[in-house]
Design a protein. Sequence first.
Length: 229
Amino acid sequence: MALALVIGLLLIAGITGWEVVNTVRSVAAGPATVTGGLATQVQQLMHPTPTIYPDPVTVVREVRTLSRLETAQYTIEKVITAETGQGALAALFGDRLIFVAHGEVIAGVDLSKLSGSDVVVSPAGQVTLIMPAAEIFTSSLDEGKSYVYDRQTGLLTKGDQNLETQARQVAQQQIEQGALDDGILKSAQDNANTYLERLLRSLGFTDVVFVQATAEPNPSPTAAVTPAS
């Protein structure tokens, strides 16, 4: 009986001692955890993660590498009627041709025109870019698809040797004017802005603002030959 009582007391003492040890461990671990969290916050305050934005000169260099950014291409067909000597003696001395012209017009933005003053970077991560106006880069006839559809000459003439050349010149002018009338410059500007916005955001900017520069006037084509209606 006495032996059983002794064993019971020993078991109670062992269980109580184990709980005391666990309690001490928990209390000891608590301040350590708090101290560790505080140390992390202090570390972040003392050594914050840097936010880096390129300076305007760097942005200009990055953008200028694109140089002439072609962002819109139009393919246009025009029918040109060229004629000479169409008076009362047209049957004898007249010359008339119909020229079917296929051409291509490419427009874009010349980014080499950017200067350092055209880029403004704010501390908040916004970049403002004064964009050069979109312009026509090339307009040309597709010789493989352009052709004389019909030509009629008078009985007493071999025709004007320069008539087809004049028709081609006016055709190219009319193709370019057709692309302008259809809004190729706006399409080129919008596409350039979209492309550059993706580029600038990839450099770390949170907001991109475009300011449109004043466009230079395009010379109006002077038609020596009238296009067919």
